[in-house]
Design a protein around this ligand. Structure first.
Ligand code: 5GP
Ligand code: SF4
Ligand code: MG
Length: 454
C-alpha cells in the first residue's frame, strides 16, 4: 500500500491526492482521503479502483482542511471490498481518529479473536482494524503512552500515518520493514511512503522516519519520540528495491534506481553469457537490464514492447480467439530479435507461467538462443509483511531446482542474482534487510496459525 499524511497546508487533501497518484503502483484496489481542520470534523472519501477513478474535482473540493491522510490499497490481508478501504475513521471516547497503514500485522488474528471474545465488533476483515480497537481500549491517560502500549502489543510490518484532528502522527515498526519519509512543503509537513511523491508535491526531503520512531507534527513543527525498543538489526524490505518501489524514489538510504541497476551489473558479473543483445521484460526489468548491458558491453535493446493500457477492465475474448497468452501485454520487436542470441532480464519468477510464455514469444520472433537472467534470488517463500506473494506450493522456485525451472520456461540458460550480490548492491547485509521471500529468514516469528500457513 501507499500512505500519505499532510499537515498545515490549506490544500492538504490535494497534496494527499498527488501522493496517492505518485505511488499508485503500491496499490490499485482502492483509494481514500480523509481531511479536517484542527478541531473540526472529518470529511472523507474512499472508493474502489484507481486514484483517477475514485476522485474528481468535486470530490476533492469537499475534502476541506489543513490536515489530510491518504491511502492506496492492495490487499494482502482482508478482502477487496470497500469496507476494507482506508483511511479508517472512528469516533471514540477520546475524540476522533483517522488511520492509514502500510504493511501486515502477524498477530492480528490472535488479537482480533481476543478482542471479539471481549465483545468488540469489527467492521472490516482488515488486519489494521485491531489497531483502532486497541487504541480505544487502552487505559493510559496519555496518548503517546497509549500508542506505545498498542505498538508493543502488535507485531509485524507497519508504517502508519494517523491524525486525531489536532496533530499528525507517523510511526514505523521497530525493524523498519516498510518505508516512511518525512518531507517539507513550502507550507506544512508531510509523511509519505515514497519520495517520488515529494517531487510531485514540490516538497523537500527531510529524512526517513527511523525504525521504532514516532513523529508528532503540530503547529510548532515536528517532534521525534523514540516509541519502541529497537535492536542492532533492521529489516528493510529488500523487495522494495527489487520490484515494489519506483526507481525515482529514495529509501533505506539509497536511490532505488541505483540499487536496481547495481543488481543488473552484479548479475552480469555473476552469470555472464555470450550474446548479441540484452532486453528487459518491461517495466520491472528495465533498470537492471541497463546495469547488465553497461557491465557486460552487450547492447541494450527494447525487444519487448508493453501495452500500458491493459487494465482490470480488459474483456477476455471468447475461446476461438484465445491463446494469446501474455501477448495482450507484451509484444516482441522482431527486427531486433531475429537470428540473435538474446539475454532477457526480469526482476523475479513467481509461478513461472509468464516467463515461459515470454521465452516462447522471443523464440517465435526468431531468436537463436534465449538466456533468462533474474535480477534477484529465487522467490522461495511467501511474504507475511505486506507484499502479496502466492503460497509456497505455487512458487516454482520453492519446489524446483534451477535446472527444472530452466527446462520449464524452455530457456537455453537461466541464472539468478546471488543473495550476497543482492545485499551488497543494496548497501547492507542480512542484518540490514528482510529477505525472507528469498531465503526464508523471517525477521519476525509468527504465533498466529493463519499467518504461518498462507
Ligand atoms: P492489506 O493490509 O491492505 O490487505 O495489505 C496491503 C499491503 O500489500 C500493503 O501494505 C503493501 O505492502 C502490499 N501491496 C500493496 N500494493 C501491492 C502490489 O501492487 N503488489 C503486491 N505484491 N503487494 C502490494
Ligand atoms: Fe519484503 Fe520479501 Fe521480506 Fe516480504 S518477505 S518484507 S517482500 S523482503
Ligand atoms: Mg514484471
Amino acid at each position: 500500500c501507499g500512505i500519505a499524511g499532510v499537515y498545515g497546508n490549506p490544500e492538504a487533501a490535494n497534496h494527499a491526492y498527488l501522493s496517492l497518484y505518485a505511488f499508485q503502483h503500491r496499490g490499485q484496489e482502492s483509494a481514500g482521503i480523509t481531511a479536517c481542520f484542527p478541531g473540526g470534523s472529518f470529511s472523507s472519501h474512499k472508493g474502489r479502483g484507481l486514484v483517477s477513478e475514485v476522485f474528481d474535482q468535486e470530490k476533492l473540493n469537499q475534502l476541506k482542511g489543513t490536515i489530510a491522510i491518504g491511502h492506496n490499497r492492495y490487499s494482502t490481508s482482508g478482502k477487496a471490498i470497500l469496507e476494507n478501504a482506508q483511511p479508517f475513521d472512528i469516533e471514540y471516547h477520546r475524540g476522533r481518529l483517522s488511520l492509514a497503514h502500510n504493511g501486515n500485522l502477524v498477530n492480528s488474528h490472535l488479537l482480533r479473536r481476543e478482542l471479539e471474545a471481549m465483545g468488540a465488533i469489527f467492521r472490516t476483515t482488515n488486519d489494521s482494524e485491531v489497531l483502532l480497537h486497541l487504541i480505544a481500549r487502552s487505559r493510559h491517560e496519555d496518548f503517546i503512552e497509549t500508542l506505545r502500549s498498542v505498538f508493543m502489543t502488535v507485531r509485524g510490518a507497519y508504517s502508519i500515518v494517523m491524525t486525531d484532528g489536532e496533530r499528525l502522527y507517523g510511526i514505523r515498526d521497530p525493524l523498519g520493514i516498510r518505508p516512511l519519509i518525512l518531507g517539507e512543503l513550502e507550507e506544512g509537513l508531510v509523511l509519505v511512503s515514497e519520495s517520488c511523491a515529494l517531487d510531485l508535491m514540490g516538497a523537500t526531503f527531510i529524512r526517513e522516519v527511523n525504525p521504532g520512531e514516532l513523529i508528532v507534527i503540530d503547529g510548532k513543527g515536528f517532534q521525534s519520540i523514540p516509541l519502541l525498543p529497537v535492536t542492532e538489526r533492521s529489516a528493510f524490505c529488500i523487495f522494495e528495491f527489487v520490484y515494489f518501489a519506483r526507481p525515482d524514489s529514495f529509501q533505506f538510504g539509497n536511490y532505488v534506481h541505483n540499487v536496481r541497476k547495481e543488481f543488473g551489473r552484479t548479475l552480469a558479473r555473476e552469470a555472464p553469457v555470450d550474446a548479441d543483445v540484452v532486453i528487459p521484460v518491461p517495466d520491472s526489468g528495465i533498470v537492471p537490464t541497463l546495469g547488465f548491458s553497461q557491465e557486460s558491453g552487450i547492447p541494450f535493446e527494447m525487444g519487448l514492447i508493453r501495452n500500458h493500457y491493459v487494465g482490470r477492465t480488459f474483456i477476455e475474448p471468447k475461446q476461438s480467439i484465445r491463446h494469446f497468452g501474455v501477448k495482450i501485454k507484451l509484444n516482441p520487436v522482431k527486427s531486433l530479435l531475429e537470428g540473435k542470441r538474446v539475454v532477457v532480464i526480469d526482476d523475479s519468477i513467481v509461478r513461472g507461467t509468464t516467463s515461459r510464455k515470454i521465452v516462447k514469444m522471443i523464440r517465435d520472433a526468431g531468436a537463436k538462443e534465449v538466456h533468462m537472467r533474474i535480477a534477484a534470488p529465487p522467490t522461495i517463500c511467501p511474504c507475511f509483511y505486506g507484499v502479496d506473494t502466492p503460497t509456497r506450493s505455487e512458487l516454482i522456485a520453492s519446489n524446483h531446482d534451477l535446472e527444472q525451472i530452466c527446462t520449464y520456461i524452455t530457456a537455453d540458460s537461466l541464472s539468478y542474482l546471488s543473495h550476497e550480490g543482492m545485499f551488497t548492491a543494496a548497501g547492507g547485509d542480512r542484518n540490514t534487510f528482510c529477505s525472507a521471500c528469498f531465503d526464508g529468514n523471517y525477521p519476525i516469528p509468527f504465533d498466529s496459525p493463519e499467518a504461518g500457513t498462507t
